[in-house]
Design a protein around this ligand. Structure first.
Ligand SMILES: NC(=O)c1ccc[n+]([C@@H]2O[C@H](COP(=O)([O-])OP(=O)(O)OC[C@H]3O[C@@H](n4cnc5c(N)ncnc54)[C@H](OP(=O)(O)O)[C@@H]3O)[C@@H](O)[C@H]2O)c1
Length: 254
């Protein structure tokens, strides 16, 4: 039998209840990892974990769901401590995927919309990294994968808060990659283009069509197409790769 890419690895995936994070969790489970997913509510996260176990045909012990708001520094620290304890004191892979949008043109963008997106999409990443690196530093090994966006690379009208947060994630990725390289902790980002999830389901049909025309591959990505790149970054094939951002956007940003 062919060996699995993430056998004996443990992974924590934020925003694993739906969309891209859910696809990453399923992919990691099928490749043998033990997985913890975080979402905003414990009930939803536990339900998603049970569904993931069933779909990946793995034991229910292989995947656990936790409810925590990534904005909440103390709650994140406590939750990650529980996850690491559950995993026997180690954490091999962290995927920072939880994210939201609150779109508005800058003229109309209010402080709550700005803060909500920066706090979730940027500070949330910092909160998770700060707690997750402790066991990685102890083990002298780890992978961190941050989900940025094509919007963080090229901007997008109506998404100043989101673009700023996602560009911030890239700066954070490169800095942490430099800080932790000597401990063999590899830190990379993925910048997806437009992906078929609840986040993009709110876009009206006309806008979706216009958008699709601008994508060289002329279609929106499936969450699985992002998950495959996350698997590569988490796996043995990416052992000499750190501080990079991989665009998975059908050619939008070249
Ligand atoms: N979809 C796209 O086109 C696209 C493109 C580029 C980048 N991205 C990025 O990819 C990531 C995933 O996007 P998606 O499309 O899969 O989104 P989604 O379907 O809307 O799912 C978002 C996930 O994040 C979780 N989440 C949101 N706020 C949270 C918080 N404060 N604390 C903890 N968890 C929180 C949600 O948990 P609940 O289920 O509990 O709400 C959910 O699991 C995001 O960072 C997004 O910015 C998406």
């Amino acid at each position: 039998m062919q060996s699995k890419l993430l056998e004996n690895k443990t992974a924590l995936i934020t925003g694993g209840t739906r969309g891209i994070g859910y696809a990453i969790a399923g992919t990691f489970l099928r490749e043998g990892a033990r997985v913890a997913i975080l979402g905003t509510s414990a009930d939803k996260a536990i339900a998603a974990a049970m569904k993931l176990a069933q779909e990946a045909s793995v034991s229910i012990d292989q995947v656990t769901g936790f409810g925590v708001d990534v904005k909440d520094t103390t709650a994140v620290a406590n939750t990650i401590e529980s996850v690491v304890a559950l995993f026997g004191g180690k954490l091999d892979i962290l995927v920072n995927n939880a994210g939201i949008t609150r779109d508005n043109l800058v003229m109309r963008l209010d402080e709550q919309e700005w803060d909500a997106v920066i706090d979730t999409n940027l500070k949330g990443v910092f909160n998770c990294i700060r707690s997750a690196i402790r066991p990685m530093i102890r083990a002298r090994s780890g992978r961190i994968i941050n989900i940025s966006s094509v919007v963080g690379l090229i901007g997008n009208p109506g998404q100043a808060n989101y673009a700023a947060a996602k560009a911030g994630v890239l700066g954070l990725t490169k800095t942490i990659a430099r800080e932790l390289a000597s401990r063999n902790i590899l830190v990379n980002a993925i910048a997806p283009g437009f992906v078929d999830t609840d986040m993009t389901a709110v876009l009206d049909e006309e806008y979706r069509q216009k958008l699709t025309e601008q994508i060289p591959l002329k279609r929106i990505a499936s969450p699985q197409e992002i998950a495959e790149v996350a698997l590569f970054l988490a796996g043995p094939g990416a052992s000499y790769l750190t501080g990079q951002c991989i665009s998975v956007d059908g050619g939008m940003h070249m």
